[in-house]
Design a protein around this ligand. Sequence first.
Ligand code: GLY
Length: 290
Amino acid sequence: MQEDLTGWVLVLHGGAKSIDPMKEAANRAGCLDALAAGAAMLRAGASALDAVEAAIRVLEDDPTFNAGRGSVRNSDGEVEMDAALMDGATLDLGGVAAIRAVRHPVSIARLMLRETPTLLVAEGARSFAAARGAELCQPAELLVPETEPAHDTVGCIALDSRGHLAAGTSTGGLEGCHPGRVGDSPLPGCGLYADDAAGATVFSGDGESISRSLLAARVVQGMETGGPQASMEAAIARLSRTGGEAGGIALDRMGRIGWAHNSQHFAVGIAREGGELRAFLHRDEDARHG
Ligand code: GLY
């Protein structure tokens, strides 16, 4: 029987990773804080795009997560970040990659959204950010001394009350990676995709494996005819060919949610109109969803 789901929905994640027991509470609290920011916007009638950006900005400010503040160093000791945002209504896409010393990469992706290029990298991305008045910062402001080398990404998807979908990602990179390395997060069809005709999805994990397996494209194509949970599980199963750890969240145009991971943990938050905000660290905690 078809589920009767109406109203807005927001789903976010704080990364596919192994979570130290000492950090479980911070992961849950960080997801709930970001959910609260995005849900407040959707409750007030904001667009899915606005809600996704607002939720990711909270995750970027929280050093628990490897995005914005809490990013990691590449092999040159520098922080380079990737982020993207996609509008499911128009298929507009904005992304930045290997960008340095900006406070909120997702907001620069937002500024890129209506521009012709879909992706700017490195100095080109930062000079665009500066020219558009985005918040710049010192590289040291992004590094948190007590942060252990992390391996994860943050992401968010939303369906607003007008039926529009959006997807966003942000990552602080991989510890010790090659300077200039770009992961899956800003690449459409790899780390994210959103299309009002089908659904929205974002991924976290080993960027090279996610890109080589084209996971976001597979999930959105799967949602054209099937459900988000089955589509997501099939995508994660594809990693048996490339190896690698990942987790993904998906949302279809009817508001149905799917999420799966092959990592030890996956910090996920879910908010739905009329419901409470919920945070999970493993899919098994959320057996009632699908
Ligand atoms: N999934 C994030 C990255 O590989 O950069």
